[in-house]
Design a binder for this molecule. Structure first.
Ligand code: CA
Ligand code: CA
Length: 200
């Protein structure tokens, strides 16, 4: 069971470093052309992390329930699809960071530099891993990838089992296709020197 409630909107500025980190990782990635209407790309979701993960574990001590933390992990799949991709368990961490991407194995069409809407719905679920009992469901969200931006993680609040929006927020973004690898070649001259360069 989780602890949900309403509070004032959070200040997300502490995530700036994550976004900056992602920017440097993606240096050289070509952004989708906003004028192109007929290109398609693989659907790759990058998960920065999550904030305000509720406490989902507790122990009994002298008759009292004492809350501990949570061991969150995230699954993602195309809605209605059995095959799930997963981000790993973060033990006892209520503000986990994953900073990694998952390829959903589907190409999506672009429109005006964004994923065109209505092609596929993705379902993201967060669970609390438990060693003894079954894992606890924390929350989920269904997203049309057209709601996502490229290379800039945006906050998406999870909904609990009752469908209510919670304080637990995941930060995710789309990744553009990786730039084509350059072929580095070497030319050896008879006098022993090397020249090297790269193809365009
Ligand atoms: Ca638990
Ligand atoms: Ca747990």
């Amino acid at each position: 069971m989780g602890c949900y409630g309403s509070k004032e909107a959070k200040d997300w500025t502490h995530w700036t470093s994550t976004v900056n980190g992602l920017s440097s990782k993606l240096e050289g990635y070509p952004m989708p052309d906003s004028t192109s209407t007929d290109s398609s790309i693989p659907l790759v979701i990058y998960m920065s992390g999550a904030d305000n993960v509720p406490k989902m574990d507790w122990v009994m001590t002298e008759g009292e329930n004492l809350h501990l933390g949570c061991d969150p992990y995230i699954t993602i799949c195309k809605k209605g699809d059995e095959k799930k991709e997963q981000w790993p368990i973060k033990n006892q961490n209520r503000h986990p960071m994953w900073n990694s991407a998952r390829d959903l194995g589907q190409d999506v069409r672009l429109e005006g530099g964004k994923v065109a809407s209505g092609q596929v719905s993705i379902r993201l679920e967060m669970w609390d891993h438990d060693d003894i009992d079954a894992d606890d469901f924390i929350g989920s969200i269904d997203i049309d990838p057209s709601e996502l931006t490229f290379c800039h993680p945006m906050p998406f609040p999870l909904k609990n089992e009752a469908g209510d929006v919670t304080e637990c927020v995941c930060y995710l973004t789309l990744l553009p296709p990786a730039p084509k690898k350059k072929t580095v070649y070497f030319v050896r001259f008879f006098f022993g020197d090397f020249l090297f360069g790269s193809s365009p």
